[in-house]
Design a protein around this ligand. Structure first.
Ligand code: MN
Ligand code: MN
Length: 317
């Protein structure tokens, strides 16, 4: 076997952390998908958001806050840059004046990425973008399993009369047959509802719904063992809305709900995906204008690194 020369994040010993390229983890930026295993992609889209905007600015902010990330995961011993070819493959050129055109642009972009055999790790963007990504996923893998972390179920029939918005992607995904509904898990749901039975619709589709209340004060390791047993070897997509985490840790987002997950619980969820056949993941809904300290984007950058660390084929040391 010939040794591949693998991309490495630019080290803080080669270039000060505040210098160098503004790519994710200061990785090489490349549009060339050939030979690539994993691509970090930005989707600067927030025209599907219902309350505070700003997620269009998140890919840049997450990249900036990723500058401190070092290549080894000290908790899990994952060494993604020892075994996978990884790059920052830039942003999707959405049309910010046209939501439906943007949805098509995103789907086509992900079709190309997936056709090249690249696993996409996405920096959103608001949660609308999960729909075109899942559409592209279906063309490659058929309906996928889903681990969805969020304060919200995102299964609204419509929002302000619109069928595609950041509160509707998983309703559309069910209708379009993009999901294996008995292998969908939603974690962290909470807050006030439009109707008392808002969380019953996903349960009626066969989803496992785990409310935030069911997570309070607990380790989520046993939940994730259940999730792994439920999903088995099926291709699974991980969609992580930063508002699943409590606003004490992640205030920089658009639709904030109190009493959410803790950061250690978020790590347990993502690390608990190790061993699954993960085919892609996103981190959505970070809104830099509401994140003056940068902490929310810093958290997002770390969670994306953790997602990288649980992909199939990652070395352990
Ligand atoms: Mn969401
Ligand atoms: Mn949400």
């Amino acid at each position: 076997m010939t040794e591949r020369l693998l991309n490495q994040p630019l080290s803080g010993n080669e270039m000060p952390r505040f210098g160098g390229p503004a790519s994710f983890m200061r990785l090489p930026q490349s549009q060339d998908l050939v030979g690539l295993d994993v691509g970090f992609i930005g989707v600067p889209f927030d025209i599907g958001t219902s309350n505070r905007p700003g997620a269009r600015l998140a890919p840049r902010q997450i990249r900036d806050e990723s500058r401190m990330l070092r290549p080894y995961n000290m908790a899990t011993r994952a060494a993604p840059f020892d075994s996978l070819q990884i790059a920052d493959i830039g942003d999707v050129a959405i049309n910010t004046f046209n939501l439906s055109k943007s949805i098509d642009i995103i789907e086509q972009h992900y079709q190309q990425v997936l056709a090249a055999g690249v696993t996409p790790l996405t920096m959103g963007g608001d949660h609308t973008i999960a729909l075109p990504i899942l559409r592209a996923m279906k063309q490659k893998y058929g309906p996928v399993a889903l681990v969805h972390v969020d304060a919200h179920a995102d299964i609204n029939e419509h929002m302000f009369g619109e069928r595609i918005a950041h509160g509707t992607p998983f309703r559309r995904a069910v209708e379009e047959g993009l999901l294996q509904c008995d292998k969908v898990v939603q974690i962290g749901l909470r807050g006030t509802g439009y109707a008392a039975d808002d969380f019953d619709w996903p349960r009626q589709q066969g989803f496992l719904v785990v409310t935030a209340e069911e997570c309070w004060g607990k380790s989520l390791q046993s939940l994730m063992a259940q999730v792994r047993a439920r999903i088995g070897t099926q291709p699974v997509y991980l969609s992580f809305d930063i508002d699943g985490i409590d606003p004490a840790y992640a205030p920089g987002t658009g639709t904030v709900e109190i009493a959410g997950l803790t950061v250690p619980q978020a790590l347990e969820i993502i690390r608990g995906c190790a061993g699954l056949n993960l085919v892609g993941a996103d981190l959505v809904e970070v809104s830099p204008p509401y994140d003056p300290s940068g902490n929310t984007a810093l958290l997002a950058a770390n969670l994306l690194f953790e997602m990288l660390c649980v992909l199939p084929g990652v070395a352990r040391r």
